[in-house]
Design a protein around this ligand. Structure first.
Ligand code: GRF
Length: 212
């Protein structure tokens, strides 16, 4: 059985969706860079091993990333899933886990990288917004795209209502992407995402939910 770890910094709703999806693998740890992350208690309650690598305990970004990488490797992880992990990772870290380091971002990349994506979507006036699961590369929020889900932007939307609608889709597509990788149906090849065509549900590339 393949092993995966989930990295969080906060409430961990994507982590919950991943664990509840009963992926074909073992979650060998939920790791947080913040001791107070609410998701840690939820994971522990499910019997998933948890640990904290507190970024504040390290003098430099490099030192933190080295300790984090060591913890991930100690857990025997084949796959590293960033789920609301609010730290920019250094290039050596990203290279070390290339092809097995995945993130979820709350926008339809390449639109709106970085923070405050829902505010930016409203400000820009896009009619379609969403989320993206992608392999992580050294450039922030730029890696090869695995799955996206789109939602309409409504005239009545606030950043909060839009975030809620996007988050519901995050909880669908992140487990789909993780399942694809763990089953060997999805991989990174020469910088591009390859899905094995006969095993890929159309929905696993772009999910456009009907009015919900
Ligand atoms: C999600 O919107 C995710 O896309 C972003 O941070 C948020 C984390 O939420 N990277 P949660 O901790 O998974 O609930």
């Amino acid at each position: 059985m393949k092993k995966y770890v989930i990295l969080i910094s906060g409430r961990g709703s994507n982590m919950q969706a991943l664990i509840d999806a009963r992926l074909p693998g073992v979650c060998s740890a939920v790791i947080s860079n913040r001791p107070a992350a609410a998701g840690l208690a939820w994971a522990a309650g499910r019997g998933v091993p948890t640990c904290v690598v507190d970024h504040q305990a390290f003098a430099s970004r490099d030192d933190f990333d080295t300790a984090l990488a060591a913890e991930i490797e100690r857990r025997g992880a084949d796959l590293v899933l960033l789920a609301g992990f609010m730290r920019v990772l250094t290039e050596p870290f990203v290279r070390r886990f290339e092809g097995r380091l995945v993130n979820i971002h709350p926008s339809l990349l390449p639109a709106f990288p970085g923070l405050h994506t829902h505010e930016a979507a409203l400000q820009t006036g896009v009619r379609v917004h969403g989320c993206t699961v992608h392999f992580v590369t050294p450039a922030l929020d730029c890696g090869p795209i695995i799955v996206q889900a789109a939602v309409p932007v409504l005239a009545s939307d606030t950043a909060d209502t839009l975030a809620t609608r996007v988050l519901a889709q995050e909880h669908h597509v992140y487990p789909q992407a993780a399942r694809g990788i763990l089953e060997g149906c999805c991989r990174l090849e020469a910088g591009r995402v390859v899905w094995t065509s006969d095993t890929t549900p159309a929905e696993a590339v772009l999910r456009v939910p009907a009015e919900e």
